[in-house]
Design a binder for this molecule. Structure first.
Ligand code: SF4
Length: 332
């Protein structure tokens, strides 16, 4: 199936047919694979420090989309029209954003404030009107929207063009969702969970669903199940990216096998905070730090195995620095 086409054939049954079932287009059919990122090799994951073993999660740190956005930003610093700015912080990591600022990359929150040079769109993407507005002012727009977010954007636009009532499952205030709304057009409904669905408004309609890439499969399943008996026809595009799920599963595995967990990443990074929350539910001795300098020896008392994990916006250098700092604390 081409990404730009809604899948109309075989969608859920017409009004009056018994229990129409949603057609969920699974991850495997979405085209590009999400497995570009290798699992951390085992020999790099375990480090000894005296009697203590420091274990890094199987998946931790930069995801494909973040790595790509930073590569695009580097290319813009090298060759694009100056000044270079990002529309919002390029990633939720203050260290990286600070380093880019030192190299002349500004952060603008309002696209109207960029009046010359290059504007980089981050992984979350933006509504097409924002890109169009900037280009009409002769701004050089560099699009670092994650390709997996771009798939969700294309699905939203295709559903709108095909006349579906579009439902976006995602966090109402998240920039990725604001961008998706721009593609889905006026009248699109944003819901955070099944309980938020405007059921009467959608009853008897052809309903199409796209999903913020960081949502959980369980939340999508419950929204699809709630819509199935309501919609005349239901088409669900599963646009969830499994980078988040991989990091969460690996963090939970880690939490279950260590005495202390250190989660590294920006405090304003929702996915890092979520890793800390998941780990804390399994291992109460879980600490969320932004940098290795925050580590405290007292956290490690009596620990034989210490786990380290990191959100999708945490550089490898920060993970390595944390492991080295833990080794030094354990060797004291
Ligand atoms: Fe892209 Fe997935 Fe990373 Fe988001 S979490 S930037 S969708 S690879």
């Amino acid at each position: 199936m081409r990404d730009s086409e809604p899948r109309l054939e075989g969608a859920a049954g017409a009004s009056g047919s018994p229990s129409p079932q949603p057609e969920v287009v699974p991850n495997a059919e979405r085209g590009p694979r999400y497995d570009d990122e290798p699992e951390r090799s085992e020999d790099l994951r375990e480090v000894r420090a005296g009697d203590v073993t420091i274990v890094v999660a199987r998946y931790a740190g930069y995801c494909y989309g973040v790595e790509r956005a930073l590569r695009i930003t580097e290319e813009a610093i090298e060759g694009a029209e100056k000044p270079v700015a990002t529309l919002g912080p390029i990633i939720h990591n203050p260290t990286v954003v600070g380093q880019l600022a030192e190299r002349g990359v500004d952060v603008v929150d309002d696209p109207e404030k960029a009046d010359s040079g290059t504007l980089i769109v981050r992984t979350h993407g933006v509504a097409p009107s924002i890109v169009g507005g900037a280009r009409s002012r002769s701004i050089n727009v560099v699009d670092a929207t994650c390709p997996f977010v771009a798939v969700a954007q294309r699905k939203a636009a295709a559903l709108r063009e095909a006349g579906y009532a579009v439902v976006i499952l995602g966090e109402r205030d998240h920039p990725e969702v604001a961008g998706l709304e721009g593609f889905a057009g006026e009248g699109a409904v944003v819901v955070e969970e099944a309980g938020g669905l405007p059921v009467e408004r959608l009853r008897g309609k052809r309903v199409g669903v796209v999903v913020q890439t960081t949502q959980t499969q369980a939340n999508l399943a419950s929204v699809a199940a709630a819509l199935a008996p309501v919609a005349r026809e239901l088409l669900v595009y599963n646009t969830i990216c499994d980078a988040t799920e991989k990091r969460q599963n690996a963090a939970c595995e880690l939490g279950a096998e260590v005495d202390v967990v250190v989660v590294v990443g920006g405090r304003n990074s929702a996915n890092t905070a979520r890793l800390a929350q998941l780990c804390r539910a399994i291992e109460s001795r879980t600490y969320h730090i932004e940098s290795a300098a925050e580590l405290e020896a007292g956290w490690l008392t009596g620990a034989r195995r210490i786990g380290v994990t990191a959100g999708a916006s945490t550089p490898d250098a920060e993970i390595d620095a944390t492991v080295r700092a833990l080794q030094e604390l354990c060797d004291r």
